[in-house]
Design a protein around this ligand. Structure first.
Ligand code: NAD
Length: 338
């Protein structure tokens, strides 16, 4: 049995990782400050009652809280050395997911984004090293590339366009430094627009797929920033979870690897797919383009294939159908209404 830590384990991707780790029997600890993560995500990941997790977490601030016989949680901040030290104790592998995720949020709050994503990552590495952790797998982002040529590959010089992108690039650089300079093997994974069940659809900084599905299910118009021809390599969350598990077992060190599906779809393609899944036309409202957004993303996944054996297993259309079904259940809409 491995002992692992998932920072940001109450977030969207972190909770899916916790689900996979718990399912394979790893002793899993979560460190999260619940700024965007939720007790509901942890409950879904562990098959527990939402209210019970919420009550248990509310009683604790700092210290380790047992959620199941295989899963513990620490309520705390990755910028807090003491919370991290408690979370890293006895751990073999750290899956570092905690971050402030959104590009628009970073344009509004660049310093906070840097503190959490860059300094926070440095603190995670520092405490992991002090605790004798064997390996750190850290979430980075395709945003680091900016508007470089397609498909994006790791040999390109990154051209970050937002404080978010710069902070993730800084996090990657610290990961490489701890690999090369401090003998702590690390892998940074550059996720390309991840989507799937449990993703927050309603916050100010919600990602486009959950936001569009929620609006579509409610019969409201979909806001498209710009002409809708911007494209993304939308990657189903199970593929990202698998890449993390593979990176943790690999010999790769000091590298950043693309984790995408290797295809790209425009926002108008996405709406087209949703119309087909839902069997009706969806109304669009066009809005001004958003500063900081890159125009296109598409991953070249050759290096991840070679170094960690990564192959995406769930394609865009399959993932989108699964996500609509999941959100329909959460919204309480009967599958027969479709
Ligand atoms: P999320 O917001 O759902 O999850 C982030 C988690 O980190 C949340 O649970 C949040 O509460 C926690 N967190 C934030 N700041 C913290 C802090 N200071 N201390 C402790 N916990 C903190 O986002 P997500 O989509 O699950 O993203 C997970 C990781 O993947 C992030 O590093 C993000 O940058 C990266 N990423 C995500 C995408 C995507 O499309 N979702 C794409 C590229 C990279």
């Amino acid at each position: 049995m491995r002992r692992v830590l998932v920072t940001g384990g109450a977030g969207f991707i972190g909770a899916h990782l916790v689900r996979a780790l718990a399912a394979r029997g790893d002793a899993t600890r979560v460190l999260d400050n619940f700024i965007t993560g939720t007790p509901a995500n942890l409950a879904l990941a562990l098959g527990l009652d939402h209210a019970a997790v919420e009550r248990a977490l509310a009683q604790r601030d700092g210290g380790v809280l047992r959620l199941t016989d295989r899963c513990e949680a620490v309520v705390g901040d990755i910028r807090d050395a003491a919370a991290l030290a408690a979370a890293c104790a006895g751990v073999e592998v750290v899956f570092h997911q905690a971050a402030l995720r959104s590009v628009p949020r970073s344009m509004a709050h660049p310093l906070e984004t840097n503190e959490v994503n860059a300094t926070g990552t440095l603190q995670v590495l520092q405490q992991a090293r002090a605790a004798g952790v064997r390996r750190v797998v850290s979430a980075s982002s395709s945003a680091v590339y900016g508007d470089t040529e397609l498909p994006k590959h790791e040999g390109q010089v990154p051209q970050p366009k937002s404080p978010y992108a710069a902070s993730k690039l800084a996090g990657e650089a610290y990961c490489a430094v701890y690999s090369r300079g401090f003998d702590l093997p690390t892998v940074a994974l550059r996720y390309f627009n991840v989507f799937g069940p449990w993703q927050d659809p309603a916050s100010e900084y919600a990602a486009v797929i959950p936001k569009f599905i929620l609006l579509a299910l409610r019969g409201e118009p979909l806001p498209v920033h710009g002409d809708g021809m911007q494209s993304r390599d939308f990657t189903y969350v199970d593929n990202v979870v698998e890449a993390n598990l593979l990176a943790a077992e690999s010999e790769a060190a000091g590298v950043a690897l693309n984790v995408g599906a290797g295809a790209r779809y425009t926002l108008l393609d996405l709406i087209d797919h949703l119309q087909r899944i839902l069997g009706r036309r969806l109304e669009i409202v066009y809005k001004p383009p958003r500063p900081g957004d890159v125009r296109h993303t598409q991953a070249d996944i050759t290096l991840a294939q070679r170094l960690i054996g990564y192959t995406p297993r769930v394609d865009f259309a399959t993932g989108l159908r699964r996500m609509v079904e999941s959100m329909r259940e959460m919204e309480g809409v009967s599958v027969r209404d479709v």
